[in-house]
Design a binder for this molecule. Structure first.
Ligand code: ATP
Length: 230
């Protein structure tokens, strides 16, 4: 791992029972980077994020975080070390208010200083007493990301954050990601290539459980399309 390295995935193989989902996947994530993982449905993007964040155990290969081998460590331990995963499902506790949803995360992390997090999401400040069940998809996504940001994690893995959201909310999220990157490394699974080209320093296209290439050239990232990626 280089001095800038934060997280390395080396030759990761993951299977669901007999069905292999990842084949020798290797990626490198450096400090201060925004990394996007792109690919069609079923390519293995979610499997990769879930393995890095400890929800799935690989068959072989390793995950190294800050020079420590974290392969196979459970998600709750990794979350405490600051590896936070925001799943695709936009699930918040629907009977709890936004404030209570955040309080749960504060309880878990010991971080009750909400100013920074609410600074990213001024909209949530106005919704603190609203129940999760009445929030829009975009607002739920904001609660999910805000919860994960408590405790100032060094790395945030976010699965399809803009899926199903209105274009104006997607633009808000792009701006928020540009600000969050000052504090946390972002690894984002994303199908929306406008988002990918707007925020990424590095793009890993995936196909059929494999990393197809690594794109770091700014101009190439700006002009990514599924046709020339996969
Ligand atoms: P999507 O964009 O649809 O979420 P993805 O790129 O994230 O797709 P994965 O969800 O990681 O892809 O799926 C990779 C492969 O693993 C697919 O073939 C999928 O059918 C399979 N798979 C995913 N989850 C399971 C599971 N719980 N049990 C069995 N197979 C699974």
């Amino acid at each position: 791992m280089t001095a800038d390295g934060l997280l390395n995935v080396n030759n990761l193989n993951v299977a669901y029972g007999e069905a292999k989902a990842l084949f020798d996947v290797s990626i490198e994530i450096n400090k201060n980077e925004v990394v996007s993982i792109v690919g069609r449905n079923g390519a293995g993007k979610t499997t990769l994020l879930r393995t890095i964040s400890g929800f799935l155990e690989p068959v072989s290969g390793s995950v190294i975080f800050n020079n420590q081998d974290i392969t196979g460590m459970p998600a709750f331990k990794l979350a405490k070390m600051g590896i936070k995963y925001v799943p695709q499902d936009k699930m918040v506790f629907s009977d709890l208010t936004v404030r209570e949803n955040l309080e749960l995360s504060s309880y878990g992390t010991g971080d009750y200083n909400w100013e920074g997090v609410l600074g990213y999401f001024p909209r949530l400040k106005k919704l603190l007493n609203n129940k999760g069940g009445y929030l829009s998809g975009g607002e739920r996504q904001m609660v999910m990301i805000a919860r994960a940001l408590l405790g100032k994690p060094p790395i945030l893995l976010i699965d399809e954050p803009t899926e199903g959201l209105a274009p104006n909310i997607v633009n808000d999220l792009i701006d928020i990601f540009k600000r969050i990157r000052e504090d946390s490394v972002l690894v984002i699974v994303e199908q929306n290539l406008t988002v990918v080209s707007g925020i990424s320093d590095k793009v890993y296209p995936m196909k059929e459980g494999k990393i197809v290439s690594q794109i770091t050239d700014r101009e190439q990232i700006k002009s990514v399309s599924f046709e020339n990626l996969l």
